[in-house]
Design a protein around this ligand. Structure first.
Ligand code: HEC
Length: 273
């Protein structure tokens, strides 16, 4: 009987706590993952804007040598997978991968299609829409950002008169960073959360089990022994105090047994007459 009570009390508690912990952990993990990716995107957007700003002077002077140098140097930085500048037609003007310079990219490719979805391309992008994640040809995870290079009065007023004032966008900068440190952090976090959940699970289930044993199972066991002894005729036996309802039950049981005893005694005396 005790075993079945134990099972009935502990199993639902364990199942419920496990469910809560798993759901809570999944929720927490997905929120933290989204936050970390948003942070990485923000960092990369800032980096892209910094690069656009630092190339501004060279672009105004149409100094291709300096631009090529800047892009090459950025490309040698650790963690930079690719960096390229497209002109407005989708031609790769500068890239750290010299093999792809002068190649055309379709506006349907990732990094372009975000603006070029509708009939009228949008000139601005939200931070998260600028970002895309993909696996490169070496199997590395890359988080890439496309930053528009906007037309400015100084560009269309420059002596070369290449750009007109109507153009909003002169080109785009595309930079991709190695996403493996981010993924590694996420997997470390996942591992820690699993350990943490198991710890919480063991502690709560253990705590609940100890509590149940102390305040329910042990008194019930004592009650079973007590009623057994009373049934065997040991009416004077007392039940340990301080068990609340169970103690009252035991006292009532003993009183009932005593009444039954005296009733049968009387019956025997009547019969004996
Ligand atoms: C930030 C948004 C944005 C991104 C990213 C972007 N474009 Fe554009 N693109 C525009 C806008 C806006 C125009 C319209 C002309 C203008 O205002 O300068 C345009 C015009 C063009 C045009 C000429 C007009 C046409 O529709 O044929 C081409 C070609 C083009 N883009 C190709 C690309 C390619 C290729 C990429 C990716 C490497 C790209 N664009 C990325 C916003 C974007």
């Amino acid at each position: 009987m005790l075993k079945s009570i134990t099972a009935k009390a502990i199993i639902p508690v364990t199942v419920a706590i496990t469910g809560f912990v798993i759901v809570g952990c999944i929720l927490l993990y997905s929120i933290m993952k989204a936050d970390m990716i948003a942070d990485a995107v923000k960092y990369e957007t800032n980096l892209a804007n910094t690069i656009v700003k630092s190339t501004r002077h060279a672009m105004l002077k149409s100094d291709r040598e300096t631009l090529r140098n800047i892009i090459d140097n950025i490309g040698t930085q650790e963690g930079v997978e690719h960096v390229r500048i497209f002109n407005k037609k989708g031609l790769i003007m500068f890239s750290n991968n010299t093999g792809e310079v002068n190649r055309f990219v379709d506006k349907k490719t990732a990094g372009c299609v975000e603006c070029h979805t509708g009939p009228v391309p949008s000139a601005t992008l939200g931070n998260m829409k600028q970002a895309r994640r993909f696996v490169n040809e070496h199997g590395g995870d890359v988080l890439a950002i496309t930053a528009p290079i906007y037309n400015e009065p100084e560009c269309y007023n420059a002596a070369c008169h290449i750009h007109t004032a109507e153009q909003k966008i002169l080109g785009t900068l595309d930079i991709g960073l190695d996403a493996s440190p981010l993924l590694k952090n996420l997997s470390v976090m996942r591992g820690r959360m699993v350990v943490f959940s198991i710890m919480i699970l063991i502690l709560t289930v253990g705590g609940v089990a100890a509590l149940l044993k102390r305040s329910v199972f042990d008194p019930i066991k004592r009650l079973t022994e007590f009623t057994g002894e009373v049934m065997a005729g040991n009416i004077e036996r007392s039940f340990p105090e301080g068990s609340g309802d169970i103690e009252r039950l035991a006292v009532n049981f003993r009183a009932m047994a005593a009444k039954l005893n005296s009733a049968s005694e009387e019956l025997r005396m009547l019969k004996g007459k």
